[in-house]
Design a protein. Structure first.
Length: 143
């Protein structure tokens, strides 16, 4: 059974480009063997992460629980969880949203302010935002 899980968290310390590259490498090394795909968004200004994970229920739940216990994250909050018949982010072991290409008007479409704040919107709005980011080629990293 496939599931999709979306969560938000805050980084406990600022992350530079090298730290983000390390996170992506780790995802690319670990996720394929677990059958996990997804999309990650990190806002350096606020330290907010938003991530969608897709895969088998057990594997996705394990990864989420590991993230929730990771001391580098705080305010971990489940935004959305559903059983799915197909993946939306199957092309990425973990895609990364290119925040430099993110149009503030797109954020304003889904939230009260033109900033990434998944804590202020519904899980459905966060998922719709991710769909638009994929459609507008705002995702970087090789597939």
């Amino acid at each position: 059974m496939l599931v999709r899980l979306m969560y938000a968290s805050r980084s406990t310390s600022p992350l530079d480009a090298e730290a983000m590259a390390s996170i992506l490498r780790q995802c690319k090394d670990n996720n394929p063997a677990q059958g996990i795909t997804g999309l990650l968004c990190h806002c350096p200004a606020s330290g907010i992460f938003m991530q969608a994970l897709e895969g088998g229920r057990t594997a996705v739940n394990r990864v989420y629980l590991k993230i929730a216990r990771d001391p580098r994250h705080t305010d971990v909050e489940l935004l959305h969880y559903e059983e799915i018949s197909e993946r939306r982010f199957s092309g990425w072991s973990m895609g990364l949203v290119n925040m430099a290409r993110l149009n503030p008007a797109l954020l304003l479409k889904y939230s009260p302010k033109p900033e990434l704040d998944p804590y202020a919107v519904s899980g459905q709005a966060s998922l719709a935002l991710f769909d638009e980011l994929v459609a507008t080629a705002s995702v970087m990293t090789e597939r």
